[in-house]
Structure formats: C-alpha cells, structure tokens
Design a protein around this ligand. Structure first.
Ligand code: PTJ
Length: 256
C-alpha cells in the first residue's frame, strides 16, 4: 500500500491508492526523476489496472512466482530501473535486489544525464549502493548504436542472463531477448509488444508486483535449483497472457 507524500487526502477516499500513485509520479516529474511521457505511460497502465480490478490476478501471481524462480536460478540477474519505477517503488526495488543478490541498473528510454543522476541520488537516499547506469559503457547489439536507449553497462544488463524490465519499451525488450537473455517484463497491458516479446510477463501493477516478488523471493530463496527449474519449465507465457486477457475481459464485462 502506497501512501501520499504531500496530498492531504483522507485514507478513506475510495481512490486513495490510485491518487497516491499519481502524486508519486507528478512529484517524480517535479524532482526530475520521471519523464513527462512517464505520466502518459501511467495513464495507459491505470486504464488496464482499472479493468483488472486493481488487484493481483491468479495469472499474475503465477508469473511472479516463475519470475522469482528465474531470478534466483540466474547467474547474473539484473533489475532495470526507469523513471516510473524510481518514483513508485524505490525502496522496494532495492530490497528485491538485496534479497535476490542482483545488480540494479538505471536504464532510461528518455535518457538524459541529469535524470540518470537524479534517479541514482534518489535510490541512494533509499539505501542503494553500487547502482549501475551512471556511466553506461557498451551497447545492446540489436539496437541502433547511436540511440541513447541502447547504451547499457558491462557487468550489468549487457552481461546479464536474466533481466527484470518493469514498464519497458517493445524494441528494447526484443533486443534483450534476441541477445539470448531471459526477460521478465512487468506490464499492465497484456497486448503490448513488450508483453509478447518477454520470457515471463507479469500483468500487474509494479506497486503490487515488486512487493509480491520480495515476499516470494524470501520464501523461495533456499529452494533447491531442481525445484526452481521445475517452476520455470512448467511456466508458459503465451498461456499466461491468454489467461490475463480473459481475466481482464471477464472482470470488465462484470462491471457493466
Ligand atoms: O523513465 P524512462 O525514460 O525510461 O521512460 C519510462 C516509460 C515508461 C515512459 C517508457 O519506457 C515508455 O514510454 O513506456 P511505454 O512504451 O509507454 O510502455 C509502458 C507500459 O507500461 C505500458 O504498456 C503501460 O500499460 C504499462 N504500465 C504503466 N504503468 C504501469 C505499467 N505497468 C505496470 N505497472 C504500472 N504502474
């Protein structure tokens, strides 16, 4: 549950949580963390979340379990952070990185040095150390090398075997998959190119998905690698996306 920072809104307001999320993002834009396009991306996500009933569905829970199994079984797991993630779940993404023993890399679509620095400082305020992305030193091979969004870090995303990309753009998700990485996307839109290109797609709001993943990671971190592999091999992303669309439609129709 997120709480509002500045807004004097009673917690009993029926849209309290949703308004707090908006406040975090507008505050993120004000402090130079979130891009203006991040607000538009949020609006799209919010519409899907509304149809999903603003809760973690059964299929999302299955994806979250498979994602955690994959990150725990990985040799070089990396969590990618953008301006929306930094504004919404800064402490939680650091905590997930700590439990999973995973590298955190700031990787932006609308990249400017100022925003990367602002996000790195913001994450440090929440206790992060060793965050990558301030000095990206190589490029993702399948993307045009002249575009700033292609720049990533050696020892970070470039060398990762499993990458978590919350709210990612379709091209970059595809580029990571083309490089042979397992890609875990968090995207409320089950029809997006990102959702289709990822190895595991979590159709859930990042404000619920990351805390769920922390709990799962704590519970699963001592599991034998065979058990983790079993969870991963039983998971089918196409089937899970179909279930997510069904949940969305059923719930949306029930509301009419
Ligand atoms: O900070 P930057 O510069 O890296 O930019 C980040 C954004 C998100 C602006 C950028 O990656 C972008 O433009 O993303 P897209 O292509 O608009 O995709 C964002 C996807 O995330 C959409 O499919 C939304 O439905 C979904 N989404 C939005 N808010 C959430 C979400 N998914 C999960 N949780 C959310 N809170």
């Amino acid at each position: 549950m997120l709480h509002c920072i500045n807004m004097t809104l009673p917690k009993t307001h029926p849209r309290y949580q949703s308004l707090c999320i908006r406040e975090r993002l507008t505050d993120g834009v004000r402090t130079g963390i979130t891009s203006q396009a991040g607000l538009i991306a949020h609006g799209r996500g919010e519409a899907f979340d509304y149809l999903l009933g603003e809760c973690t569905t059964e299929s999302a829970m299955r994806s979250e379990e498979a994602a955690v199994a994959m990150l725990l079984a990985a040799s070089r797991p990396v969590l990618s952070v953008n301006g929306n993630v930094a504004a919404l779940v800064p402490g939680e993404i650091i905590e997930l990185g700590r439990v999973l023993n995973s590298v955190i890399e700031i990787n932006l679509f609308y990249k400017t040095e100022e925003r990367v620095r602002a996000i790195a400082d913001h994450l440090r305020l929440y206790g992060a150390s060793g965050v990558r992305g301030e000095h990206p030193d190589t490029v993702l091979l399948p993307l045009p090398p002249d575009h700033p969004r292609s720049r990533v870090c050696k020892g970070g995303i470039y060398d990762a075997d499993v990458v978590l990309v919350p709210l990612e753009d379709g091209d970059r998700c595809q580029a990571l998959a083309d490089m042979g990485k397992s890609v875990i996307a968090i995207d409320l839109n089950p029809l997006s190119r990102t959702a289709k290109a990822a190895t595991v797609t979590i159709v859930d709001n990042v404000v619920r998905a990351i805390p769920n993943m922390i709990k799962l990671a704590i519970r699963m971190k001592d599991l034998d690698v065979d058990l983790l592999d079993g969870i991963i091999s039983r998971y089918d992303n196409e089937e899970t996306l179909r279930a997510a669309i069904e949940e969305l439609v059923t719930r949306g129709v029930a509301e009419v």
